[in-house]
Design a binder for this molecule. Structure first.
Ligand code: URA
Length: 313
């Protein structure tokens, strides 16, 4: 027989599952409730089950996804260093998944984020990934960031270091961030999947996450986004776009066009690994144009020099 906390938790989960089965996709939570939840100690024997989102998550096999890393890239940064301030943004909702709860105070936010991180680090929902991973790459950067990048899944380097985007594609992403005048620590970087997709029998290489893995893991990303409340999300590559928006047109058609994710403007762009595979100036320019649009949306200063990066031939 579960204790009182356990009974309450089970009843809550049951209630939420019932709502979900009836098509409800968003539950408003009062800030004080969220604070109380962040402080509740998980049951030692069985940690609270994550609330699953049934947002559509589909796989894509387009070349612009992010699994390969190679070669080199150069992108110069300016010394432009705009001040980044946390905004209590409440964009107009364009779907019924808007994070509408009032923002938490900084202490409660940090506590809720730390609790979320602990849960993700201990996650064993995908038993095959929990047993093959070296580390969970939960996310990195400022939890007060205005700008959030979402990629696909950790690769070998990220698995080794427990941090998203630290391999070759990650180094390129860092250069792209710096080219805007920001530093990596000013933004938040996360993936759809927090564990490296396993590759049994292979000594090298990566694989795309399955739709089941993505559906299992994405509630962590939802919670990260809901706590950080970025002003803009950049989705890197087809898998990130599919994971966040559901299967749509494909990254080639979508990139450069503003979308909305739970009330937050979302810019789809190519994955940096794609730029490593395809070194054409035209492709770099496309990503840079997407970043210029992001900078404009964030009202960041843009120099003439920045506007001229990667000119069209
Ligand atoms: N590719 C991704 O999508 N994410 C990482 O963290 C690394 C490479």
């Amino acid at each position: 027989m579960p204790d009182a906390y356990g009974q309450l938790l089970d009843a809550t989960i049951q209630h939420l599952e019932d709502l979900k089965s009836r098509g409800v996709r968003h539950v408003a939570i009062a800030p004080e409730t969220l604070r109380a939840l962040a402080q509740s100690a998980p049951r030692p024997a069985a940690p609270p089950q994550e609330l699953r989102s049934s947002r559509p998550v589909l796989r894509s096999s387009t070349a612009e996804g992010g699994r390969e890393e190679a070669q080199t890239f150069q992108m110069s940064a300016t010394g432009n260093q705009p001040a980044i301030q946390q905004s209590l943004l409440t964009s107009a909702a364009t779907d019924n998944l808007t994070a509408s709860a009032a923002p938490l105070d900084p202490q409660a936010k940090a506590a809720a984020f730390a609790a979320l991180r602990e849960r993700a680090l201990a996650c064993v929902k995908c038993a095959h990934l929990a047993s093959s991973r070296k580390n969970v790459a939960f996310g990195v950067g400022s939890i007060d960031a205005q700008l959030m990048f979402v990629g696909e899944a950790p690769g070998a380097d990220e698995d080794e270091q427990g941090e998203p985007f630290v391999g070759k594609a990650g180094q390129l992403l860092t250069k792209i961030i710096q080219a805007t005048g920001l530093q990596r620590a000013d933004v938040y970087i996360a993936n759809i999947l927090k564990c490296r997709p396993d590759t049994p029998g292979q000594t090298a290489g990566n694989r795309k996450p399955t739709s089941d893995e993505m559906a299992t893991c994405i509630p962590y990303l939802h919670e990260q986004i809901d706590l950080i409340r970025p002003k803009v999300i950049v989705a890197l590559g087809a898998t990130a776009v599919d994971g966040l928006l559901g299967k749509t047109l494909g990254i080639t058609k979508l990139r450069g066009t503003w979308k909305t994710y739970r009330g937050t403007p979302l810019m789809p762009t190519y994955h940096p690994a794609y730029l490593l595979r395809n070194q054409a100036m035209s492709e770099k320019r496309k990503v840079w144009e997407d970043m210029l649009a992001v900078m404009e949306k964030l009202e960041m200063p843009i120099s003439e020099k920045q506007r001229r990066f990667f000119p069209k031939a």
